[in-house]
Design a protein around this ligand. Structure first.
Ligand code: AMP
Ligand code: MG
Length: 417
Protein backbone atom coordinates (compact mmCIF):
# COMPACT_ATOMS: atom_id res chain seq x y z
CA UNK A 1 0.00 0.00 0.00
CA UNK A 2 2.42 2.68 -1.12
CA UNK A 3 0.27 5.74 -0.59
CA UNK A 4 3.05 8.22 0.00
CA UNK A 5 5.84 9.24 -2.35
CA UNK A 6 9.33 9.19 -0.93
CA UNK A 7 10.43 12.67 -1.98
CA UNK A 8 7.93 14.01 0.50
CA UNK A 9 10.80 13.79 2.93
CA UNK A 10 13.36 15.58 0.86
CA UNK A 11 13.57 18.39 3.34
CA UNK A 12 15.14 18.26 6.75
CA UNK A 13 14.09 20.31 9.71
CA UNK A 14 12.97 23.76 8.59
CA UNK A 15 10.04 25.29 10.38
CA UNK A 16 6.92 24.60 8.35
CA UNK A 17 3.84 26.75 8.53
CA UNK A 18 0.56 24.93 9.04
CA UNK A 19 -0.49 25.75 5.48
CA UNK A 20 2.79 24.48 4.04
CA UNK A 21 2.44 21.22 5.93
CA UNK A 22 -1.14 20.72 4.74
CA UNK A 23 -0.09 21.60 1.18
CA UNK A 24 2.71 19.02 1.20
CA UNK A 25 0.37 16.36 2.51
CA UNK A 26 -2.28 17.07 -0.10
CA UNK A 27 0.30 16.98 -2.89
CA UNK A 28 2.21 13.89 -1.80
CA UNK A 29 -0.31 11.42 -0.42
CA UNK A 30 -1.92 9.14 -3.00
CA UNK A 31 -5.54 8.21 -2.55
CA UNK A 32 -6.56 4.58 -2.12
CA UNK A 33 -8.37 3.33 -5.20
CA UNK A 34 -10.66 0.65 -3.80
CA UNK A 35 -14.31 1.47 -3.47
CA UNK A 36 -17.32 -0.35 -2.12
CA UNK A 37 -21.08 -0.04 -2.40
CA UNK A 38 -22.89 0.91 0.79
CA UNK A 39 -26.64 1.18 1.36
CA UNK A 40 -28.02 4.66 1.98
CA UNK A 41 -28.46 4.05 5.70
CA UNK A 42 -24.73 3.32 6.07
CA UNK A 43 -23.46 6.14 3.88
CA UNK A 44 -23.34 9.11 6.25
CA UNK A 45 -19.76 10.36 6.63
CA UNK A 46 -18.34 8.21 3.84
CA UNK A 47 -16.38 9.66 0.92
CA UNK A 48 -18.22 9.45 -2.38
CA UNK A 49 -16.17 7.59 -5.02
CA UNK A 50 -18.15 8.56 -8.13
CA UNK A 51 -20.22 11.52 -9.21
CA UNK A 52 -23.96 11.09 -8.84
CA UNK A 53 -25.97 12.54 -11.74
CA UNK A 54 -29.71 13.01 -11.36
CA UNK A 55 -31.45 10.01 -13.01
CA UNK A 56 -34.72 11.98 -12.88
CA UNK A 57 -35.66 15.61 -12.43
CA UNK A 58 -36.63 16.88 -8.97
CA UNK A 59 -39.43 17.30 -8.44
CA UNK A 60 -40.20 14.52 -10.91
CA UNK A 61 -43.50 16.15 -12.01
CA UNK A 62 -45.04 19.61 -11.78
CA UNK A 63 -47.15 19.88 -8.64
CA UNK A 64 -48.96 22.26 -6.36
CA UNK A 65 -46.98 23.99 -3.61
CA UNK A 66 -50.11 24.75 -1.55
CA UNK A 67 -53.63 23.60 -0.75
CA UNK A 68 -56.07 25.54 -2.94
CA UNK A 69 -57.61 25.80 -6.39
CA UNK A 70 -55.83 25.19 -9.70
CA UNK A 71 -56.80 27.14 -12.81
CA UNK A 72 -55.47 27.89 -16.25
CA UNK A 73 -53.37 31.07 -16.30
CA UNK A 74 -55.37 32.46 -19.24
CA UNK A 75 -58.52 32.44 -17.10
CA UNK A 76 -57.06 34.49 -14.24
CA UNK A 77 -59.26 37.35 -13.04
CA UNK A 78 -57.48 40.57 -14.02
CA UNK A 79 -59.37 43.45 -12.38
CA UNK A 80 -62.27 42.03 -10.38
CA UNK A 81 -62.75 38.79 -8.54
CA UNK A 82 -64.33 35.99 -10.55
CA UNK A 83 -66.30 32.84 -9.66
CA UNK A 84 -65.28 29.45 -11.07
CA UNK A 85 -67.17 26.18 -10.90
CA UNK A 86 -65.09 23.63 -9.01
CA UNK A 87 -64.70 20.46 -11.06
CA UNK A 88 -62.52 17.65 -9.84
CA UNK A 89 -60.17 17.10 -6.98
CA UNK A 90 -56.42 16.56 -7.20
CA UNK A 91 -54.84 14.88 -4.21
CA UNK A 92 -51.20 14.12 -3.48
CA UNK A 93 -50.21 10.74 -4.80
CA UNK A 94 -52.86 10.52 -7.51
CA UNK A 95 -52.92 11.57 -11.16
CA UNK A 96 -55.48 14.34 -11.68
CA UNK A 97 -58.03 14.67 -14.47
CA UNK A 98 -57.64 17.39 -17.06
CA UNK A 99 -59.48 20.65 -16.40
CA UNK A 100 -61.71 22.46 -18.91
CA UNK A 101 -61.30 26.19 -19.62
CA UNK A 102 -63.04 28.31 -17.05
CA UNK A 103 -63.03 25.61 -14.38
CA UNK A 104 -61.13 25.38 -11.14
CA UNK A 105 -59.86 22.12 -9.65
CA UNK A 106 -59.67 21.61 -5.89
CA UNK A 107 -56.00 20.74 -5.31
CA UNK A 108 -53.76 19.79 -2.40
CA UNK A 109 -50.04 20.25 -1.73
CA UNK A 110 -47.90 17.86 -3.74
CA UNK A 111 -50.67 16.81 -6.13
CA UNK A 112 -49.70 16.77 -9.81
CA UNK A 113 -51.04 19.81 -11.67
CA UNK A 114 -54.09 18.75 -13.71
CA UNK A 115 -53.66 19.14 -17.45
CA UNK A 116 -54.64 22.66 -18.63
CA UNK A 117 -53.84 24.25 -15.27
CA UNK A 118 -50.68 26.11 -14.32
CA UNK A 119 -51.60 28.37 -11.40
CA UNK A 120 -52.88 27.68 -7.88
CA UNK A 121 -54.80 30.00 -5.59
CA UNK A 122 -54.14 29.38 -1.90
CA UNK A 123 -57.27 28.29 -0.08
CA UNK A 124 -56.73 31.11 2.44
CA UNK A 125 -57.11 33.68 -0.37
CA UNK A 126 -60.46 32.53 -1.84
CA UNK A 127 -64.05 32.14 -0.74
CA UNK A 128 -66.91 29.90 -1.78
CA UNK A 129 -70.11 31.63 -2.89
CA UNK A 130 -73.67 30.50 -2.24
CA UNK A 131 -73.68 28.43 -5.45
CA UNK A 132 -70.64 26.49 -4.30
CA UNK A 133 -68.38 28.22 -6.83
CA UNK A 134 -64.97 29.38 -5.80
CA UNK A 135 -64.41 33.13 -5.99
CA UNK A 136 -60.84 33.96 -6.95
CA UNK A 137 -59.38 37.42 -6.35
CA UNK A 138 -57.65 39.44 -9.06
CA UNK A 139 -53.92 40.05 -9.08
CA UNK A 140 -52.33 36.59 -8.93
CA UNK A 141 -49.56 35.94 -11.46
CA UNK A 142 -49.82 33.02 -13.85
CA UNK A 143 -47.66 30.14 -12.58
CA UNK A 144 -47.99 31.09 -8.91
CA UNK A 145 -47.76 28.42 -6.18
CA UNK A 146 -46.57 25.71 -8.53
CA UNK A 147 -43.40 23.63 -8.27
CA UNK A 148 -42.19 22.85 -11.77
CA UNK A 149 -40.65 19.51 -12.71
CA UNK A 150 -36.87 19.84 -12.43
CA UNK A 151 -36.91 23.26 -10.71
CA UNK A 152 -34.88 21.81 -7.83
CA UNK A 153 -32.54 19.65 -9.89
CA UNK A 154 -32.77 19.02 -13.64
CA UNK A 155 -32.31 15.48 -14.92
CA UNK A 156 -28.66 14.68 -15.67
CA UNK A 157 -27.25 17.38 -13.40
CA UNK A 158 -24.22 16.20 -11.38
CA UNK A 159 -25.73 16.71 -7.97
CA UNK A 160 -23.08 15.03 -5.79
CA UNK A 161 -19.39 15.02 -6.63
CA UNK A 162 -16.78 12.32 -6.17
CA UNK A 163 -14.62 13.18 -3.16
CA UNK A 164 -17.33 14.77 -1.08
CA UNK A 165 -18.04 13.54 2.40
CA UNK A 166 -21.65 12.46 2.52
CA UNK A 167 -23.99 14.24 4.90
CA UNK A 168 -27.57 13.41 5.84
CA UNK A 169 -28.92 15.83 3.22
CA UNK A 170 -26.77 14.17 0.53
CA UNK A 171 -28.20 10.80 1.49
CA UNK A 172 -31.69 12.31 1.24
CA UNK A 173 -30.93 13.50 -2.28
CA UNK A 174 -29.88 10.02 -3.40
CA UNK A 175 -33.07 8.63 -1.90
CA UNK A 176 -35.12 11.27 -3.74
CA UNK A 177 -33.47 10.00 -6.93
CA UNK A 178 -34.66 6.51 -6.08
CA UNK A 179 -31.12 5.23 -5.55
CA UNK A 180 -30.49 2.58 -2.91
CA UNK A 181 -26.72 2.70 -2.51
CA UNK A 182 -23.59 4.76 -3.03
CA UNK A 183 -20.15 3.85 -4.33
CA UNK A 184 -17.81 5.12 -1.64
CA UNK A 185 -14.07 4.95 -1.02
CA UNK A 186 -13.27 2.08 1.29
CA UNK A 187 -12.50 3.04 4.84
CA UNK A 188 -8.92 4.13 5.54
CA UNK A 189 -7.23 1.57 7.80
CA UNK A 190 -5.25 3.15 10.59
CA UNK A 191 -3.01 1.43 13.13
CA UNK A 192 -2.86 3.33 16.42
CA UNK A 193 -0.24 2.93 19.15
CA UNK A 194 0.53 4.91 22.27
CA UNK A 195 4.16 4.96 23.34
CA UNK A 196 5.71 5.45 26.74
CA UNK A 197 6.79 3.53 29.83
CA UNK A 198 4.68 5.87 31.92
CA UNK A 199 1.42 4.65 30.42
CA UNK A 200 -0.99 2.03 31.72
CA UNK A 201 -4.08 0.94 29.82
CA UNK A 202 -7.38 1.62 31.56
CA UNK A 203 -8.47 -1.70 33.06
CA UNK A 204 -4.93 -2.74 33.97
CA UNK A 205 -3.00 -2.15 37.17
CA UNK A 206 -1.44 1.32 37.20
CA UNK A 207 1.91 1.62 38.93
CA UNK A 208 2.38 4.63 41.19
CA UNK A 209 4.50 6.43 38.60
CA UNK A 210 2.16 5.72 35.71
CA UNK A 211 -0.82 7.49 34.25
CA UNK A 212 -3.61 5.95 32.28
CA UNK A 213 -3.28 6.19 28.52
CA UNK A 214 -5.90 8.67 27.34
CA UNK A 215 -4.58 9.86 23.98
CA UNK A 216 -5.13 6.54 22.27
CA UNK A 217 -8.84 6.67 23.02
CA UNK A 218 -9.13 10.27 21.89
CA UNK A 219 -7.30 9.56 18.64
CA UNK A 220 -9.31 6.44 17.92
CA UNK A 221 -12.54 8.35 18.46
CA UNK A 222 -11.36 11.17 16.18
CA UNK A 223 -10.30 8.70 13.49
CA UNK A 224 -13.65 6.95 13.67
CA UNK A 225 -15.43 10.25 13.22
CA UNK A 226 -13.36 10.69 10.08
CA UNK A 227 -14.67 7.34 8.87
CA UNK A 228 -11.51 5.30 9.48
CA UNK A 229 -11.30 1.64 10.39
CA UNK A 230 -8.99 1.62 13.39
CA UNK A 231 -6.73 -1.10 14.78
CA UNK A 232 -6.18 -0.36 18.46
CA UNK A 233 -2.71 -1.74 19.04
CA UNK A 234 -2.17 -0.69 22.63
CA UNK A 235 0.95 0.72 24.20
CA UNK A 236 4.53 0.39 22.97
CA UNK A 237 7.25 0.66 25.59
CA UNK A 238 10.15 3.09 25.27
CA UNK A 239 12.43 0.52 23.67
CA UNK A 240 13.63 0.97 20.14
CA UNK A 241 13.82 -2.65 18.91
CA UNK A 242 10.34 -3.89 19.82
CA UNK A 243 8.85 -0.52 18.86
CA UNK A 244 10.41 -0.68 15.39
CA UNK A 245 9.35 -4.30 14.94
CA UNK A 246 5.76 -3.49 15.89
CA UNK A 247 5.57 -0.60 13.45
CA UNK A 248 7.03 -2.69 10.65
CA UNK A 249 4.68 -5.58 11.36
CA UNK A 250 1.51 -3.48 10.91
CA UNK A 251 2.65 -1.48 7.88
CA UNK A 252 1.39 -3.88 5.22
CA UNK A 253 -2.16 -4.15 6.46
CA UNK A 254 -2.77 -0.44 7.09
CA UNK A 255 -2.93 2.78 5.11
CA UNK A 256 -1.57 4.87 7.97
CA UNK A 257 0.35 4.22 11.18
CA UNK A 258 -0.30 6.68 13.98
CA UNK A 259 1.54 6.94 17.28
CA UNK A 260 1.41 9.38 20.16
CA UNK A 261 4.32 10.27 22.41
CA UNK A 262 8.04 9.79 22.10
CA UNK A 263 8.70 12.20 19.24
CA UNK A 264 10.53 14.89 21.13
CA UNK A 265 14.27 14.78 21.02
CA UNK A 266 14.80 13.53 24.55
CA UNK A 267 16.90 10.46 25.27
CA UNK A 268 13.80 8.42 26.02
CA UNK A 269 12.04 9.39 22.84
CA UNK A 270 12.51 6.23 20.83
CA UNK A 271 9.96 6.66 18.10
CA UNK A 272 12.34 8.64 15.92
CA UNK A 273 15.12 6.06 16.04
CA UNK A 274 12.62 3.20 15.79
CA UNK A 275 11.08 4.55 12.61
CA UNK A 276 14.49 5.30 11.13
CA UNK A 277 15.54 1.69 11.63
CA UNK A 278 12.64 0.35 9.54
CA UNK A 279 11.76 3.27 7.29
CA UNK A 280 12.41 6.94 6.68
CA UNK A 281 11.53 9.80 8.96
CA UNK A 282 11.63 13.55 9.28
CA UNK A 283 10.65 15.62 12.20
CA UNK A 284 8.29 18.31 11.13
CA UNK A 285 8.83 21.37 13.19
CA UNK A 286 5.50 23.01 12.62
CA UNK A 287 5.03 26.63 13.52
CA UNK A 288 2.04 25.83 15.67
CA UNK A 289 1.18 26.05 19.35
CA UNK A 290 0.31 23.81 21.07
CA UNK A 291 2.17 21.11 19.19
CA UNK A 292 5.76 20.12 19.47
CA UNK A 293 7.55 18.41 16.60
CA UNK A 294 5.38 16.04 14.64
CA UNK A 295 7.15 13.06 13.11
CA UNK A 296 6.24 12.08 9.56
CA UNK A 297 7.64 9.04 7.88
CA UNK A 298 7.16 6.12 5.62
CA UNK A 299 7.48 2.49 6.67
CA UNK A 300 7.33 -0.15 3.94
CA UNK A 301 5.34 2.24 1.78
CA UNK A 302 2.85 3.16 4.50
CA UNK A 303 2.71 6.70 5.85
CA UNK A 304 3.64 7.11 9.48
CA UNK A 305 2.67 10.01 11.74
CA UNK A 306 4.03 10.42 15.24
CA UNK A 307 2.06 12.93 17.29
CA UNK A 308 3.32 14.50 20.51
CA UNK A 309 2.32 12.96 23.82
CA UNK A 310 0.79 15.92 25.54
CA UNK A 311 -2.95 15.53 25.05
CA UNK A 312 -3.68 19.03 23.78
CA UNK A 313 -0.70 19.02 21.43
CA UNK A 314 -1.82 15.61 20.21
CA UNK A 315 -5.34 16.91 19.60
CA UNK A 316 -4.30 20.06 17.75
CA UNK A 317 -1.68 18.36 15.56
CA UNK A 318 -4.17 15.61 14.75
CA UNK A 319 -6.39 18.25 13.23
CA UNK A 320 -3.61 19.73 11.11
CA UNK A 321 -1.69 16.65 10.08
CA UNK A 322 -3.71 13.47 10.54
CA UNK A 323 -7.01 14.87 9.31
CA UNK A 324 -5.57 16.10 5.99
CA UNK A 325 -3.70 12.82 5.51
CA UNK A 326 -6.88 10.81 6.08
CA UNK A 327 -8.76 13.00 3.61
CA UNK A 328 -5.95 12.76 1.07
CA UNK A 329 -5.87 8.97 1.44
CA UNK A 330 -9.62 8.96 0.81
CA UNK A 331 -9.33 11.17 -2.26
CA UNK A 332 -11.61 13.55 -0.41
CA UNK A 333 -12.10 17.22 -1.12
CA UNK A 334 -12.96 18.31 2.40
CA UNK A 335 -14.57 21.65 3.03
CA UNK A 336 -11.80 23.96 4.29
CA UNK A 337 -11.76 24.65 8.01
CA UNK A 338 -13.36 28.06 8.12
CA UNK A 339 -13.20 29.77 11.47
CA UNK A 340 -16.41 31.48 12.54
CA UNK A 341 -16.01 35.12 13.61
CA UNK A 342 -16.77 35.63 17.30
CA UNK A 343 -15.90 38.30 19.82
CA UNK A 344 -12.90 37.69 22.05
CA UNK A 345 -13.62 37.98 25.76
CA UNK A 346 -9.96 37.69 26.69
CA UNK A 347 -6.54 39.27 26.42
CA UNK A 348 -3.74 37.28 24.80
CA UNK A 349 -0.12 37.78 23.78
CA UNK A 350 1.66 35.55 21.30
CA UNK A 351 4.77 35.39 19.18
CA UNK A 352 4.43 36.40 15.55
CA UNK A 353 5.30 33.84 12.90
CA UNK A 354 3.42 30.89 14.34
CA UNK A 355 -0.20 29.80 14.41
CA UNK A 356 -1.74 29.43 17.83
CA UNK A 357 -4.88 27.73 19.01
CA UNK A 358 -6.53 28.93 22.19
CA UNK A 359 -9.05 26.65 23.86
CA UNK A 360 -12.25 28.59 24.42
CA UNK A 361 -15.85 28.24 25.46
CA UNK A 362 -18.61 30.13 23.67
CA UNK A 363 -21.16 32.22 25.47
CA UNK A 364 -23.82 34.68 24.50
CA UNK A 365 -23.04 38.19 25.73
CA UNK A 366 -25.69 40.56 27.06
CA UNK A 367 -25.97 42.23 23.64
CA UNK A 368 -26.59 38.87 21.97
CA UNK A 369 -23.15 38.56 20.36
CA UNK A 370 -21.22 35.31 20.62
CA UNK A 371 -18.12 35.59 22.76
CA UNK A 372 -15.15 33.27 23.11
CA UNK A 373 -14.02 32.82 26.69
CA UNK A 374 -10.48 31.54 26.99
CA UNK A 375 -9.79 28.55 29.23
CA UNK A 376 -7.96 30.13 32.17
CA UNK A 377 -4.83 27.95 32.02
CA UNK A 378 -2.55 27.10 29.13
CA UNK A 379 -0.72 23.81 29.72
CA UNK A 380 -0.67 21.35 26.81
CA UNK A 381 -1.24 18.53 29.28
CA UNK A 382 -4.57 19.78 30.62
CA UNK A 383 -7.31 17.47 29.41
CA UNK A 384 -9.85 19.60 31.26
CA UNK A 385 -9.00 22.43 28.87
CA UNK A 386 -10.42 20.37 26.00
CA UNK A 387 -13.32 18.96 27.98
CA UNK A 388 -14.57 22.28 29.39
CA UNK A 389 -14.41 24.26 26.13
CA UNK A 390 -16.28 24.28 22.82
CA UNK A 391 -13.49 24.80 20.33
CA UNK A 392 -10.28 26.55 19.34
CA UNK A 393 -9.72 30.22 18.66
CA UNK A 394 -7.36 30.33 15.70
CA UNK A 395 -4.77 33.09 15.82
CA UNK A 396 -2.92 33.66 12.57
CA UNK A 397 0.84 33.85 12.21
CA UNK A 398 0.66 37.64 11.87
CA UNK A 399 -1.28 38.20 15.10
CA UNK A 400 0.66 39.14 18.25
CA UNK A 401 -2.04 40.49 20.56
CA UNK A 402 -5.72 39.96 21.19
CA UNK A 403 -7.76 42.44 23.18
CA UNK A 404 -11.28 41.92 24.52
CA UNK A 405 -13.88 42.96 21.93
CA UNK A 406 -11.74 42.08 18.91
CA UNK A 407 -13.13 39.67 16.37
CA UNK A 408 -11.34 36.31 16.30
CA UNK A 409 -11.93 33.10 14.34
CA UNK A 410 -13.43 30.16 16.21
CA UNK A 411 -13.32 26.50 15.15
CA UNK A 412 -15.92 24.39 16.95
CA UNK A 413 -14.72 20.92 17.91
CA UNK A 414 -17.52 19.30 15.94
CA UNK A 415 -16.17 20.79 12.70
CA UNK A 416 -12.68 19.39 13.24
CA UNK A 417 -13.52 15.72 12.79
P1 AMP B 1 6.19 12.61 25.23
O1 AMP B 1 5.75 13.31 24.00
O2 AMP B 1 6.35 11.15 25.07
O3 AMP B 1 7.42 13.25 25.81
O4 AMP B 1 5.05 12.81 26.29
C1 AMP B 1 4.82 14.04 26.91
C2 AMP B 1 3.82 13.89 28.04
O5 AMP B 1 2.57 13.61 27.49
C3 AMP B 1 4.09 12.72 28.95
O6 AMP B 1 4.91 13.11 30.00
C4 AMP B 1 2.74 12.36 29.45
O7 AMP B 1 2.41 13.14 30.57
C5 AMP B 1 1.83 12.73 28.32
N1 AMP B 1 1.43 11.58 27.52
C6 AMP B 1 2.19 10.90 26.64
N2 AMP B 1 1.49 9.92 26.08
C7 AMP B 1 0.25 9.98 26.59
C8 AMP B 1 -0.94 9.24 26.41
N3 AMP B 1 -0.99 8.22 25.53
N4 AMP B 1 -2.02 9.58 27.11
C9 AMP B 1 -1.98 10.60 27.98
N5 AMP B 1 -0.89 11.35 28.19
C10 AMP B 1 0.22 11.05 27.53
MG1 MG C 1 7.21 9.51 26.11
Amino acid sequence: MAQLSDDCFAFGGPMLSVDEAVGIIAAKVTAVQEMEAVPLVAADGRILARDVAAPLPLPPFTNSAVDGYAVHGGDLPRKNEKAFPVKGRAQAGAAAQAAKPGEAVRIFTGAPMPENTDTVFMQEDVRLDERGQVVLPAGLKAGANVRSAGEDIPQGHVALKAGQRLRPQDVALAAAFGLTQFDVVRRIRVAVFSTGDELASPGTQRAAAQLFDSNRFMLIAMLRRLGCEVSDLGILRDERGPLAAALKRVAGAHDLILTTGGVSTGEEDHVKAGVESVGRLVLWRMAIKPGRPVAMGIIAGTPFIGLPGNPVASFVTFVHVVRPVVFALSGATPAPLVAMPVRAAFTYRKKGGRREYVRAALRKAADGALEAVKFPREGAGLLSSLVDTDGLVELAESVTTVEPGETVGFLGYANLM
